[in-house]
Ligand binder design. Sequence first.
Ligand code: AHG
Ligand code: MN
Ligand code: MN
Ligand code: MN
Length: 340
Amino acid sequence: MNPRTSLTRYLIEQQRVHGRIPPELRLLIEVVARACKRIAISVNKGALGEVLGSAGSANVQGEVQKKLDLIANEVLIEANEWGGHLAAMASEEMDGIYAVPNRYPQGEYLLLFDPLDGSSNIDVNVSIGTIFSVLRRQNDDPLRIEPVAEADFLQAGAQQVAAGYCIYGPQTTLVLTVGNGVAMFTLEREQGSWVLTQDGVQIPEDTSEFAINMSNMRHWDAPVRRYIDDCLQGREGPRGKDFNMRWVASMVADVHRILSRGGVFLYPWDKREPHKPGKLRLLYEANPMGWIVEQAGGAASTGQQRILDVQPHTLHQRVSVILGSRNEVEHIVRCHQAFA
Ligand code: AHG
Ligand code: MN
Ligand code: MN
Ligand code: MN
């Protein structure tokens, strides 16, 4: 791999060599990547940049919005609204969809994002990130004059044409798939360029490391309790090996670790809000991360079905998330089947 392959070169190759993406989608990904660089600048300012703390408002999820949630949201909207490649956007931080300012013909793509993932870590200087997912309007007839609607976004994750995240950690790293494996680009700050630092990412099929918020244990359903109980018994227990635990509380950081060395991440349904199947949102957290994990040889399940097969009914719907090393996810799915 050429040590200085840029994001642009990678995308041109995906477009021209592999025929994976059309020029408009290449442009869209470049714009999102540039927006992530802009967000990284705000993130890195911290206390020096008036970006910490609460914005004093709440989002449709009922969460208190942090200043950086809103800054990141604004950056992504401004970067994308006049690119000509989008029909509309949807965000964790916006109640409904945002149809880009009228022009004719409209772009064919739908951009969904979690502008700032891991908000509880903003004020304590722990890695956070941005997650994005791209869908196509199912009817890409440029002469279509019906306005884009929320229903256009309600597509299963298997319909994604691009997905990625940017992690703002010790390095700023963009992780991307367009369906041809997973590539990682590290931000070379002096020049502000994304440099390909890993391609063809592969998650180890087995692991002895799980990521879950253990304080919720009493609320979990039986299969997850059984799985974690078995792991905690270590080599003397049914799993026959000792396990390690990690929980960053930034999905991007836990997923990045899993892409880098394997592991399994769980944010399962719990009985505190029985009508909500979990905390994480399907369209702009579970689907992009699920596709990335699958493209890296891992698996992503609700416990009952493949995450990418879930048919969405609402924009901000939540889903139970179990993803990571393929054999471990399959073991957890079998735990669910045993209780079915
Ligand atoms: P967000 O900050 O975008 O609302 O997402 C936070 C999510 C996810 O990043 C993380 O895995 C999870 O919330 C952590 O939840 P707990 O704080 O309940 O552990
Ligand atoms: Mn949030
Ligand atoms: Mn999030
Ligand atoms: Mn968020």
